[in-house]
Design a protein around this ligand. Structure first.
Ligand code: AMP
Length: 596
């Protein structure tokens, strides 16, 4: 090599091996992230051969965290965040308390100090942003109520960890460690001497509050202004660059100036950008970058792992894993059910939080640096993280498996699913299937309609179709899966089955056997094709009208049995042509006709 290029080598080795092992994992029907972790172990210092730069890999992973949280912020509004505070705040606090107590118990059994127990317990109590968001994204859950609770919960945990990172150096002396850490930047060790512990807590909270206020007051004006300005230049490249620069800039500034975590800063940047429709699209374009960097996150975790530590640490590793996977899940489940949420919601939240990741590593490093945590503690945290991340997809499978059983039992003892503090409200006189918050609560109730039309999707196309069907007094129902659109359907008083129409349970609830027509008003032709097949299996005589956006899609859908396929772009052209021809006729006949 002409010169040393550790950054390039790390990116190439990381992405390249992650691809190879990810593809192998996929081949064996294992989630690809397991492959990414294995790739990490291979380029890590604990296995022979090429060793990537762990420091660089970590920083690259941080960019992944920033972009992921930015993306989540884009789909969140302040209202969404506040709407889940009643469950997210107490939930996260009780869960952190419980997991910390369990961790401290294990530490005590291993003969560690009280300080070690506290750091160890805290590290086990906080879930990984990347793992949680990837899991929610894969299952299209981010924009559901359950997803919002999980993200709100994560943000509270994030804030708690920001406090913990600042407080530990201050408390290290009291807890039996040493106060100063060389080169540690996120803590405020020197402050503790002059202000005391409560002073440090106060300063930290004041900084977080200052950041939020600055974002809501200044950011809310400046960010849209910058975006509008750049949009006027007409350069798409500059616009994308502006979005990326703002996301990374706000995250970095939040961390450096306000001591807030990078993830939290990015989340706020995204949330503010989501208020402008203009930026939404451009921001979505940052997604490929986001995915690439979040892969590097898993690689960097794999790098830290020493497979041989599993053998030397046998039972403590298993106990650590049990705390993360079983202890934390049980705590979350009990809390969510205690707040009278449906069992499905409680299970999903438990599964998504049953893992640990980046914050735990940072806490472990800090604990070791402060001489609070023995090195064995860090090894256990790492092993627990790797194993819980690998097991996480299995947790979701287990949840699907346990749900019907638990719901049956709950149905016998208490009507848990009846009261929901938030979510769709039932208004007297509304159609039962309209009012039911079906999406969160297992299989949706089956419609009583027959000879009806099933309309899939209530967006730009579907809502117009529905209005005409209503006007013509034709019986119909809508299948829709976005929460916001569901609320609109409820307001419009239209019978709805909520959920993904491609799922057999959801589609069956629309009574396809008794329906006369299926109208597919969704933009994704692959999904639409799957629904056509399902419909024909249930009712070979059903008439299918579908929507497409290219000739290839028209062919695909017709090939699968759709009777009529309307190609959007062709209809737009037809509309334009009509306008031009009619417009020309009008101008010729009545030159003074008003332009509409
Ligand atoms: P538009 O492209 O504006 O007509 O919106 C399409 C609508 O269809 C959106 O409201 C989506 O939430 C909804 N949608 C897309 N795919 C599905 C699906 N598989 N099941 C139910 N609704 C869907």
């Amino acid at each position: 090599m002409p010169h040393d290029t550790p950054l390039i080598a790390t990116i190439v080795a990381g992405l390249g091996l992650a691809f190879v092992f990810g593809a192998i994992a996929n081949r064996f029907r294992i989630p690809p992230l397991v492959g990414y972790l294995i790739a990490g172990v291979f380029v890590g210092p604990n296995t022979p051969g090429f060793v990537a730069d762990a420091g660089l890999a970590n920083e690259l992973a941080e960019i992944g965290v920033i972009l992921l949280m930015f993306g989540v912020g884009l789909h969140f509004s302040l209202k969404d965040l506040l709407s889940v505070r009643a469950i997210a705040v107490p939930g996260a606090i009780v869960q952190i308390g419980f997991a910390t107590a369990l961790g401290a118990g294990l530490a005590w059994m291993l003969g560690w100090s009280m300080g070690a127990g506290l750091v160890f317990g805290l590290a086990l109590s906080v879930a990984s942003t990347v793992v949680l968001l990837r899991a929610l994204q894969e299952r299209r859950l981010i924009e559901t109520e359950r997803g919002r609770i999980a993200v709100g919960w994560l943000i509270v945990e994030d804030l708690a960890m920001v406090l913990a990172l600042v407080l530990l150096p201050a408390l290290a002396g009291v807890l039996g460690g040493q106060e100063q850490v060389e080169g540690h930047s996120s803590g405020l060790p020197s402050l503790s001497a002059s202000y005391g512990v409560w002073g440090v807590v106060g300063i930290t909270l004041a900084k977080v509050a200052a950041f939020v206020v600055v974002m809501l007051v200044v950011g809310r004006r400046v960010i849209p202004w910058i975006l509008h300005y750049v949009a006027h230049t007409g350069s798409r490249e500059l616009f994308r660059l502006a979005v990326l620069a703002i996301a990374l800039g706000v995250a970095f500034g939040a961390a450096k100036l306000f001591g807030v975590s990078l993830a939290l800063g990015a989340f706020f940047a995204g949330m503010i950008m989501s208020e402008s429709a203009l930026s939404h699209r451009a921001a979505e374009e940052s997604l490929p970058l986001r995915d690439a960097f979040s892969v590097l996150f898993f690689v960097s975790v794999g790098m830290l792992f020493d497979p041989f530590s599993l053998i030397s640490n046998g039972w403590p590793v298993l106990a650590t894993l049990a705390i993360i996977v079983i202890g934390k899940s049980l705590a979350a489940f009990v809390i969510v059910v205690a707040f009278r949420y449906p069992i499905a919601t409680a299970l999903m939240i438990s599964a998504s939080l049953a893992q640990i990741g980046e914050f735990s590593f940072i806490l472990a490093e800090l604990g070791v640096g402060l001489k609070l945590l023995p090195e064995q503690g860090r090894d256990l945290i790492l092993a627990g993280a790797i194993l819980s991340i690998v097991l996480n997809p299995l947790m979701f499978l287990a949840v699907d498996w346990m749900k019907p059983w638990l719901e049956r039992r709950a149905g016998k003892t208490a009507p848990l699913d009846e009261a929901k503090p938030i979510g769709p409200a039932t208004e007297p006189g509304q159609l039962a299937s309209v009012a039911a918050p079906v999406k969160e609560d297992g299989p949706p109730p089956r419609t009583a309609l027959t000879g009806h039309s099933i309309l899939v999707g209530y967006g730009r196309v579907g809502s117009l179709v529905a209005a005409s069907l209503k006007k013509a007094a034709l019986p119909f129902l809508v299948i829709e899966d976005a929460d916001k659109t569901l609320a609109k359907l409820r307001d419009d008083g239209i019978e709805t089955v909520s959920g993904n129409a491609a799922s057999s349970e959801v589609f069956a609830a629309a009574n396809p056997e008794g329906a006369s027509r299926l109208i597919l008003a969704i933009p994704n032709a692959f999904e639409a094709g799957q629904i056509v097949l399902r419909a024909h299996a249930a009712n070979p005589k059903i008439n299918v009208i579908a929507r497409a956006h290219s000739d290839a899609e028209v062919e695909h859908l017709k090939g699968l049995g759709a009777d009529t396929v309307i190609m959007g772009e062709r209809e737009i052209a037809r509309g334009i042509v009509e306008e031009v021809i009619e417009g020309r006729a009008e101008t010729a006949e009545e030159p003074k006709a008003p332009i509409t």
